[in-house]
Design a protein around this ligand. Structure first.
Ligand code: WTA
Length: 645
């Protein structure tokens, strides 16, 4: 294979944070290596004596008898060590005035919010749902929860009222922090109204709602339940004694799509998570906190926003940019304008965003001075070599290493990535497991593959930031990740080594789709569709898409009463539009199918399992593959005929 590679520049090698010694240390004493990182990168209230306890596998305990507070690590200790005047956050709104907060100012605000939470009756261990747009209140709310030991459950502001309700219910949240509305893509969108709808028929009592005023739009207010942020937060004291918790105290729950209809509440705890968040942020992005300006474009509603906006960067004491809006608002050079304005040195984004910018053309970034950039990162899906090279040339000026980082909500932090200054880069490959991470590729029997045969990605040894479970469902945790292969964590991704031993990710091997780097489950969208009156049965597949990586394509069998209506309307008809809208309101705009195809039958095996492989062939306009295992092989003819292809 003749892949072009890029060796690290001599200048970079000299100043690189990561060193080959890290790999040696992790290899020779794996637990000792992580213990060193935990002590070096974090401030512990009480040091730990035990590193890893795997006796209760698959639930790991890391640094279990140590105690600490996550917020103190992210904020207070930088003030205490004399860096209070360093900027922590530059907030860049979609439009309007930018704001900057030093670490000292951030500490004051976080303490005020922590005191407000206490006044609202939130206690250590209570869950708090955060449904806020990207911005300072979101980050501060997460930190304030961490400060009082109340696990947060951030729900992406693009999720619908229904999705929010099920997350509030599942976690048993006592408080929801939200805002009146949000600015997005040049529009002002409501947010609080979704909380009202979610709580209207939620199966829980005594939930309070704390409302930040972002847009000034009118909102309904329920006396006794709702309270304005500006009526309670500014009046609080700027000092608050952080609640010291054990290392295994849950820091947050984050819901993510799996292979069944119900999203899973992935649980992360404090000490191990923060250790690996800080370690990976520092080494993968080559962070020099005194001089870098870091920008991760992810929303805090996703794991990337948790680990690489809120926790990793702040624990490392870096200055970062938070951006509220979309890349094209009000113009297609907006991101590059921000890079120039703040002198961003490290940029972390998703391949889908790079492909979109590529489509718009290089004239937009070329209008701005991007020479401050030093390191570029990507996450969320495989990056195709063409997009990698565009990023490298047009954004990085052929100067900046690109780190293609593989990880998951469940892994909590980056697991596979090149290291700037160390790794010879190979476009399209995530390359090497990080020090202290034991990734392998196995065949369907769980036997290791060492040649270039494609296989399944597994992790063979516990790692500090691994999920500790699924909220309220230990069986599902064991079943989902640990039942396929004895003692191995099954990630759900296909992968293979190349001849140099570098890892190439091959996409999900289960029924999870990846649309614009966002995880969606086929089952979740199918259950939304069948909840509509018109739908008898539905099958959803992820079809490849040039910009979004995958796109949602739904095959739908209608109930008798609706068949005639659909026949008359044809493909662009009201019914199809209504179904797309229905998915949007059940889950959120990101789940809205790109195509909905009305079909008379679905291809099923004799045991009744839908053969998505065949539907994917149809959705991607390919010749349909092997149909011999279908219960009725004429079904595919019917589907193709029905579609007029
Ligand atoms: C995919 C996002 C290829 C993968 C942090 C994984 C990737 C899922 C990469 C997790 C990458 C993430 N190359 N595929 N660099 N990064 N993925 O939980 O399929 O939203 O299982 O976490 O995204 O998505 P999640």
């Amino acid at each position: 294979m003749s892949t072009t590679t890029f060796s690290p520049s001599a200048a970079f090698q000299e100043t690189a944070v990561a060193s080959p010694a890290l790999f040696d240390a992790a290899r020779s004493d794996y637990e000792g290596f992580w213990a060193d990182q935990a002590r070096r990168l974090l401030t512990w209230e009480k040091d730990f004596t035990e590193v890893l306890d795997w006796s209760d596998a698959p639930v790991a305990r890391w640094f279990a008898d140590g105690t600490l507070n996550a917020c103190v690590n992210a904020v207070d200790r930088h003030v205490d060590s004399g860096h209070g005047e360093r900027i922590a956050l530059h907030f860049e709104p979609e439009s309007g005035e930018a704001e900057s907060y030093t670490y000292a100012q951030l500490k004051d605000l976080v303490c005020q919010v922590a005191n407000a939470l206490v006044e609202l009756g939130v206690q250590t261990g209570d869950r708090v749902a955060i449904y806020l747009p990207m911005g300072v209140p979101a980050v501060v709310s997460m930190l304030a929860c961490a400060r009082i030991g109340a696990p947060h459950s951030v729900v992406f502001g693009g999720f619908s009222a229904d999705a929010l309700r099920s997350r509030i219910e599942d976690a048993g949240a006592r408080l929801v922090i939200t805002s009146d509305g949000q600015y997005r893509g040049g529009k002002t969108l409501p947010l609080k109204s979704a909380v009202d709808a979610a709580l209207a028929d939620a199966d829980i009592e005594d939930v309070r709602v704390l409302v930040h005023r972002r847009t000034g739009m009118d909102v309904a207010f329920q006396e006794g339940r709702d309270i304005w942020w500006h009526d309670i937060v500014p009046a609080q004291s700027t000092s608050h004694d952080a609640v010291v918790v054990e290392a295994e105290h849950p820091l947050f729950i984050l819901y993510t799509s799996g292979t069944t209809g119900k999203p899973k509440g992935v649980v992360h705890t404090t000490g191990g998570y923060l250790t690996q968040a800080a370690f990976t942020h520092l080494n993968v992005f080559d962070v020099h906190p005194e001089s870098d300006v870091y920008w991760c474009t992810a929303d805090v509603g996703w794991i990337t926003g948790h680990t690489y906006v809120t926790y990793g960067p702040l624990v490392n004491g870096v200055t970062q940019v938070l951006y509220e809006g979309t890349p094209a608002t009000p113009h297609k050079g907006r991101w590059w304008e921000i890079v120039e304005k703040y002198g961003v040195t490290i940029l972390y984004t998703a391949p889908t965003a790079i492909r979109t910018c590529m489509k718009w053309g290089p004239q937009f970034p070329r209008e701005y001075d991007l020479t401050s950039l030093r390191v570029l990162g990507t996450v969320g899906e495989p990056i195709n070599p063409e997009a990698w090279l565009w990023y490298y040339r047009e954004i990085g000026g052929e100067r900046c290493p690109i780190v293609d980082t593989w990880w998951q909500t469940e892994t909590g932090a980056i697991m596979i990535s090149p290291l700037p200054g160390l790794t010879t880069l190979k476009p399209g490959s995530a390359q090497q497991p990080l020090p202290g991470v034991d990734v392998r590729i196995v065949d369907t029997l769980g036997d290791p593959i060492e040649d270039e045969t494609p296989g399944l990605l597994v992790v063979a040894t516990p790692w500090p930031s691994m999920l500790r479970g699924i909220w309220g469902d230990p069986e599902r945790f064991a079943e989902t990740y640990w039942s396929r292969f004895d003692g191995l964590y099954f990630a759900g991704d296909g992968a293979r080594f190349d001849e140099d031993g570098d890892i190439w990710l091959l996409g999900r091997v289960d029924d999870v789709m990846n649309v614009s780097g966002h995880r969606l489950s086929t089952a979740e969208i199918e259950s939304a569709l069948v909840a509509h009156d018109a739908v008898a049965e539905a099958a959803v597949v992820g079809a490849s898409d040039d910009t979004t990586g995958q796109a949602v394509v739904a095959f739908v069998i209608l109930r008798e009463a609706y068949v005639e209506q659909a026949d008359e309307e044809g493909e662009g008809g009201d019914l199809v539009a209504a179904l797309r809208e229905h998915v949007r309101s059940e889950i959120g705009p990101i789940a809205k199918p790109r195509d909905i195809l009305i079909v008379p039958e679905l291809p099923k095996t004799r045991s009744g399992k839908i053969m998505r492989r065949l539907l994917r062939d149809v959705a991607e306009h390919r010749e349909v593959g092997d149909v011999t295992t279908l219960a009725d092989s004429s079904v595919m003819d019917l589907i193709s005929k029905g579609l007029g292809s």
